[in-house]
Design a protein around this ligand. Structure first.
Ligand SMILES: NC(=O)c1ccc[n+]([C@@H]2O[C@H](COP(=O)([O-])OP(=O)(O)OC[C@H]3O[C@@H](n4cnc5c(N)ncnc54)[C@H](O)[C@@H]3O)[C@@H](O)[C@H]2O)c1
Length: 305
């Protein structure tokens, strides 16, 4: 995909993963607005990138993602600075939640992502006269399953919400109507300032749990692959020492299997609720029956012929 001169707006990108994404995009000739609540760090990053990739290709804007008017202003400033429409919004700003509390954690990690995506569709969506575009949400592997992280579960709740939102909003119908691709990246643990919220002991345990801590560059390579090849609704995971991989939505398929088992078990007298072991037994029973019917069928067929 040709990225030259395409305009990207990345939230929470003064440092960490957002900065690594910005660097890869700038190296490919894209134009990037870096935005963050950390102004000093953001201005330093802007200066660093301006001297490497040219002043006209990078802009820093102070942005608190929880404020919709602030985001609207940054959107307008970005388009007037680059004299072009934004092609891609990267919802990257995030916090672990312990210092902020669960309400602000959900506000930053989830509500702001929905708010920014709504604005992005208003600006880029074809139904409101836009040219289409892309939204990339940065979730986490902790949005894909339930597991503990040292700072508690609000982070997992927020990231699961982001994955679900991507899959719902990333439907083919929505894409056909608005021309906006919605994608999601789910990294494992990476070495960034977000880990400053953890003790060394917590980091060592996390690293052991996930087989090692990734570099921001490794995550940024996956990000670039998603930008270039992702199809709307795609969710991509990033794991240490592995190529990035897509995670299909198996939720409905499993639900259908479980529901079918429950319906079959409704014929068995005395079953009042269905536990997983009973489902496993039902599936096993179906396979045995299938096998026996096949054998019987073959016997009857051979006897007649
Ligand atoms: N580093 C990891 O291990 C890891 C793993 C999985 C997912 N992630 C996700 O990746 C994203 C980037 O995190 P990171 O690892 O680079 O950490 P980071 O702390 O370096 O980056 C997050 C940035 O978000 C900014 N931010 C926080 N609140 C904000 C707000 N209200 N408005 C605007 N900006 C705000 C911070 O100032 C910070 O610069 C986050 O969403 C995080 O949850 C990180």
């Amino acid at each position: 995909m040709e990225l030259k001169n395409k305009v990207f707006l990345i939230t929470g990108s003064a440092g960490g993963l957002g900065k690594a994404f910005a660097q890869k995009l700038l190296a490919r000739g894209a134009k990037v607005c870096i935005s963050d609540v950390k102004v000093t760090m953001g201005l330093e990053t802007e200066q660093e990138f301006a001297s490497e990739y040219g002043k006209g290709n990078v802009l820093f804007q102070e942005l608190d993602v929880t404020s919709e008017p602030n985001l609207r202003l940054v959107w307008e400033n970005t388009e007037s600075y680059f004299k072009d429409k934004i092609y891609c919004l990267v919802n990257n700003a995030g916090v672990m939640g312990e210092r902020e509390g669960w309400r602000l954690c959900l506000d930053i990690n989830l509500t702001s992502v929905m708010q920014a995506s709504t604005l992005a569709v208003e600006k880029m969506g074809k139904s409101s006269g836009g040219e289409g575009g892309t939204i990339i949400n940065i979730a986490s592997i902790l949005g894909l399953f339930c597991a503990q992280q040292p700072k508690g579960f609000p982070y997992n709740v927020s990231k699961s919400g982001v994955v679900t939102m991507t899959r719902c909003m990333g439907s083919k119908d929505f894409y056909a109507r608005e021309g906006v691709r919605v994608l999601c990246l789910c990294p494992s643990v990476a070495q960034t300032p977000i880990l400053e919220a953890c003790t060394q002991q917590e980091i060592t345990k996390m690293s052991k749990d996930v087989g090692g801590i990734m570099s921001p560059d490794h995550v940024a390579n996956a990000f670039m692959s998603l930008v270039e090849n992702g199809k709307t609704g795609n969710v991509m995971a990033v794991w240490v020492n592995s190529p990035p991989y897509y995670i299909p939505d198996t939720g409905m398929a499993l639900f259908i299997v479980y529901t079918t088992c429950a319906m079959i078990l409704s014929w068995v007298p005395g079953v009042r609720s269905v536990r997983p072991w009973l489902m496993a037994l039902t599936v096993f029973g179906i396979f045995i029956q299938w096998y026996l019917c096949g054998k019987l069928g073959a016997y009857v067929y051979n006897s007649i012929l």
